[in-house]
Design a protein around this ligand. Structure first.
Ligand code: SAH
Length: 253
């Protein structure tokens, strides 16, 4: 499964490189609505993490002609699998919540993704209808989008949240920011970032810098640092090599 995910298009435009990821969607109608929202804005890659029911007649009905997006949708077991090949991973949240990393409106996030991405694959991740994304799932993301709403009624229908983000992605794509700032080296992927964070935590624990029983804010801040969206593949490799050298030096003592 992850092989076909890694083969998703890495063509030049931001829209062609961006996948919409829906996590544990309960209502198949919302999957169809998301597919329709995507297709109107030129987005094609839909990835479903453990949908409750898919394929489903209601999804096809609500897609209103975006059946091709549904037909090509990939179904995976975990969010980590869905984003492992992505250099840019953006979550979405209806609730203001404690997060150590930036929560931005969709326009700013789209412009950031367009400017940073080079030719990296991009994911926008949407949560469950009832409970949204977990904090652990948001930790896999480098930014969180919050669509600015009325303060006392912040939760949009899933398909409508996809529509607004897809529209902003389209505007950013049409503005040509991405073409103006090509990356000279590929960004580190989601899998490389997750590997670096896990390795750093293990080595920090070994040297007594991180106490897993009382981690305080260190894991969140580490995730924010590593997930700043700027880290290149080559830089992630340097840090992994440095950590390995520390591990080896400790093994010798
Ligand atoms: N009670 C849930 C609401 C989930 S709505 C919560 O507190 O998060 C389902 C999904 O739609 C969310 O996970 C998010 O992906 C998207 N969504 C809904 N309203 C949004 C908003 N104002 N900003 C960003 N995403 C939103």
């Amino acid at each position: 499964m992850s092989k076909s995910l890694n083969e998703l298009s890495s063509a030049a435009t931001l829209l062609a490189r961006t996948r919409i990821v829906l996590v544990e969607t309960s209502h198949p109608g919302n999957i169809g609505a998301a597919a329709r929202a995507m297709k109107t804005m030129g987005l094609r890659q839909l990835v479903l993490v453990r949908p409750r029911q898919f394929p489903a007649a209601e999804a096809t009905a609500r897609a209103s002609g975006a059946d091709d997006v549904l037909a090509q949708a990939l179904v995976v077991d975990t969010l980590a699998q869905a984003v492992e090949a992505c250099g840019i991973i953006v979550g979405t949240t209806a609730r203001p919540r404690y997060l150590e990393w930036p929560v931005t409106p969709p326009r700013e996030a789209a412009e950031w993704a367009a400017a940073q991405a080079g030719d990296a694959q991009v994911a926008i991740v949407f949560g469950r209808e009832q409970t949204g994304l977990s904090n652990d799932e948001l930790r896999l993301c480098q930014r969180a989008i919050r669509i600015p709403t009325a303060a006392d009624f912040s939760s949009l229908n899933l398909g409508q949240a996809v529509q607004i983000c897809a529209y902003e992605w389209r505007l950013a794509d049409l503005s040509g920011v991405a073409a103006a700032l090509p990356a000279s080296e590929p960004l580190a992927t989601g899998a490389e970032l997750a590997g670096l964070i896990a390795h750093a935590k293990a080595t920090m624990t070994r040297v007594g810098y991180l106490n897993p029983a009382r981690p305080k804010r260190l894991p969140d801040r580490l995730a924010r640092l590593v997930g700043s969206g700027q880290l290149r593949h080559s830089e992630a490799q340097i840090l992994r090599g440095f950590l390995t050298a520390i591990d080896e030096a400790l093994a010798e003592t």
